[in-house]
Write a protein that binds this ligand. Sequence first.
Ligand code: AMP
Ligand code: MG
Length: 420
Amino acid sequence: MTSTVVPAGVLTFEQAFEVVSAYEAKVSAPAVENVALLDSLGRVLAAPVLADRDFPPFPRSTRDGYAVRSADIKILPAKLKIIGQIKAGGDFNKAVASGETVEIMTGAAVPEGADAVVMVEHTVRTLAERSGESDFVQVERSVAAGENVVPAGAEARAGDLLLPAGMRITSAQIAMAAAVGAVTLSVFRQPKVAILATGDELVDVSERPGAHQIRNSNTYSLAAQVTANGGIAWTLPVAPDEERKLSTLIQAGIHGADLLLLSGGVSMGKFDLVEKVLGEMRAEFHFTGALIQPGKPVVFGEVSNGRRKVPFFGLPGNPVSVMVTFDLFVRPVLQSLSGCSATRLPFLQARLKKALKTKTGLTRFLPAVVQGGLYDPRVEVIPWQGSGDLLASAKANCYLVVPPDRETIAEGETVSVLVR
Ligand code: AMP
Ligand code: MG
């Protein structure tokens, strides 16, 4: 085995992730604002949502059928006298006595005296009974006490914590908030994220690139990732590979934003100036590389703008590297700046569709597709031309994780997958 020299500041994936997690823990909570319920989608709760009453507020029938006393229908078939009908939202003030039943609909309150509901499918009413000439129903299956009934307060008691502060709001949280009558919600202010692409070769998407120029895609992928993760993307003009102009744009970024994301200029090339310029601003570097592929040159640190320290990431310029390092390191930091409580990377397990061969030494996050199999998802790596291969990334729905000590992984082996 060949031993490689790891430069100072270059960490393993786990170490780098630890550093990011430690930073997350010291982020203070953002300011708070109130927004209309539907405008809270994707935001983070700043105040807990409590139950305004018991859930459910009454013993709720989960079926259409007959509310019964379970003891009445131990011997089958059992004939019960129908004393009324309750629909969802309806009032029914009489109690069910022995030998009696009430026709009941899903979502209605089970009346006093009854302790279970028999599904309508397990009952028979004769023609005379159905036409209302007779008030009896024949029950053909017994039920245990409590069957098809959710007791009052079984889901939550009045005053209980339903949604904690720090929870990201999706459709389920919106439904819960609606159920307790929250017309508005208290949410954290969204962090502003400055995005600064660097590179003399870059032109904007609206321009026609010269023979050796390329369009700036990183600003756009980063802005999309920031927006999708609850931040406000603020895109700065592209910085050329020139110290003074780069420095001016970095200054603009750290004065106007809560987080600065740079792309490009962090490798070993002669014109990779990002670390140098940040160093001259007396930035503190938490790491200057991670033993990963793609994304090895990734840099994380903090730099003062005179009033406060602003976190920054120098992400490698290659389009796949920029996206992967965002998912691995930026996303957790952005979430904590959004007020989200501790986040985890969304890893899943899947079986490898086709054997894989790589080199040891780096934790790899390879663009891949995970698919199919209700109980047995399979994952396949997308053939790629390395970390500049934007198309491979566009085809992927996940990254397959290859541990640094693995040279081969056999077909059918269970592997970790990072969901995008
Ligand atoms: P760098 O990290 O600056 O050495 O860039 C590495 C590679 O990524 C080079 O091939 C660049 O042309 C490419 N690249 C850098 N920045 C961008 C960008 N904003 N959009 C698309 N490709 C980029
Ligand atoms: Mg560059």
